[in-house]
Design a protein around this ligand. Structure first.
Ligand SMILES: [Zn+2]
Length: 461
């Protein structure tokens, strides 16, 4: 009976996918899953659990896409077949869409027994996703405050994650960020195995670590830091009890960051290279290495995955605009933006003052309350910006924010992406770099404009 229902759901979902494509309603990645889940609410469990090599799940406020892509690249390097919700959304219906796209009309995924599952899950989707997929490895990258009007406080997310773990198999390995005391809290009360990862490089300790989303220790005590990397991430200990940063099994040291490349030492892997940069991406890379190790992938495949991964949409993507390199760094929340600013500050120390474009929208997917820009430490770049442009629907808010940060007056404040690109062309010479920091929907608008100018290059998907 179960099989018949799943089969009916697959047929309904596939039909919805065809209808969506015929009607040209965009990518149509969510609708087939939505329809199929209506027919069979246990579709994700019924299809997902047939993936015989086990499922890996990745969540966290920032970095889950990048972490998942590195794990996928390592699966490729190891020759492990896998199903990954790469194009689908990271909600249940996105996972359902991915699974049914691989299923036949009998309601089965061919070759499932020998395949793995790789699922990037939205923070709030974790209880349902873990219960349905029963992952073998569950990786948590970090916990920051996201846009204000999305989930509310980090405590809400923490409660959801604890609920998710209550539904997890005790055989599952938790992959936890030792540097994030909130993520580390997940180990309390977990009786199964934990694989910790963390950054071991004093050179990247920062005084200006940015706004902290730290919670309190469950004992009520404050966290103290022997070393802070950014926000509440670093070598922490509780001032009131004996909780302290765990010693990670997977750690990075001797880190070297370049404009579009990073390398670092990992015990057991030697020096590894990746085309991702920024300390935050080193942390994402460690999450991926730890997850791959917990899964049992060989070291050579992990090293290969780190080398082969390509930045995700809008993250560290380079677009050539009439000889200028527009370097896109998507920033969706204060912590993400601060990490990009820390990287740019690092680069400005070596390259001199930078040219920067900041773009802010307040549409639904961006978070409609833009007050979060006041939690971004633009002051990190004060004195390090020689020219900048403000774009997006809320360009004026950026201009006000940056005036307070002591940046020079912007060369342009304009909502239209076309006007922004024209101003960048006027204000730069061929061969120059422009660092573009957009929110999500304004990045889509900018890409559309670049596409119309035949400028889009790089890892678009
Ligand atoms: Zn404590």
């Amino acid at each position: 009976m179960t099989r018949i229902r799943t089969s009916a759901a697959v047929v309904a979902g596939k039909a919805a996918g065809v209808a969506t494509r015929v009607l040209r309603r965009g990518g149509g990645t969510a609708l087939p899953g939505l329809v199929a889940e209506r027919v069979d609410p246990r579709l994700v469990a019924n299809l997902g659990r047939t993936l015989g090599r086990g499922r890996v799940m990745v969540t966290g406020t920032n970095g889950k896409t990048t972490t998942s892509r590195i794990i996928a690249a390592a699966f490729d390097a190891a020759g492990v077949p896998y199903v990954h919700n790469r194009e689908g959304s990271n909600l249940m219906r996105g996972m359902a869409s991915t699974l049914l796209s691989r299923a036949n009309l009998a309601g089965a995924i061919p070759g499932a027994k020998n395949a793995a599952g790789l699922f990037e899950a939205d923070e709030a989707t974790m209880p349902a996703a873990v219960a349905a997929l029963q992952p073998r490895v569950i990786a948590f990258t970090n916990l920051f405050r996201d846009q204000l009007d999305r989930y509310g406080e980090v405590d809400t997310v923490m409660t959801l994650w604890q609920r998710a773990l209550a539904a997890a198999s005790r055989d599952a390995t938790l992959v936890l960020n030792a540097d994030d005391p909130s993520v580390a809290e997940l180990a309390i009360g977990w009786s199964g195995p934990v694989h910790w990862f963390g950054i071991d490089d004093a050179a990247f300790a920062s005084e200006a670590a940015g706004a902290s989303d730290a919670r309190w220790c469950p004992c009520g005590g404050d966290y103290r830091y022997d070393r802070r990397y950014f926000a509440h991430v670093g070598w922490w200990r509780c001032a009131s009890c004996d909780r302290t940063r765990p010693d990670p099994a997977t750690s990075a040291h001797a880190i070297e960051l370049d404009l579009d490349h990073a390398s670092f030492e990992v015990d057991g892997l030697g020096r590894v290279e990746t085309p991702l940069t920024g300390l935050y991406n080193v942390s994402n890379a460690l999450a991926a290495v730890a997850a791959c190790r917990a899964f049992g992938l060989p070291s050579e495949a992990i090293r290969g995955g780190l080398r082969a991964v390509r930045p995700a949409f809008g993250r560290q993507e380079v677009v050539n605009l009439e000889g200028r390199s527009l370097r896109l760094f998507l920033a969706k929340n204060p912590a993400g933006a601060n990490q990009v600013l820390l990287l740019l500050r690092e680069l400005s120390r070596r390259r001199g003052p930078l040219k920067v474009a900041l773009l802010l929208n307040d549409r639904f997917a961006d978070g409609q309350d833009v007050s979060w820009i006041w939690d971004v430490d633009h002051e990190l770049l004060t004195g390090a910006v020689e020219a900048w442009w403000a774009g997006g629907d809320r360009a004026e808010d950026l201009a006000v924010r940056l005036k307070y940060a002591g940046w020079p007056a912007p060369l342009l404040v304009d909502h239209a992406p076309g006007a922004l690109l024209d101003a960048i062309l006027r204000g730069t010479a061929p061969g120059e770099d422009v660092f573009v920091i957009p929110t999500y929907t304004v990045m889509l608008d900018l890409r559309q404009e670049l596409f119309e100018r035949h400028a889009v290059a790089g890892a678009m998907e």
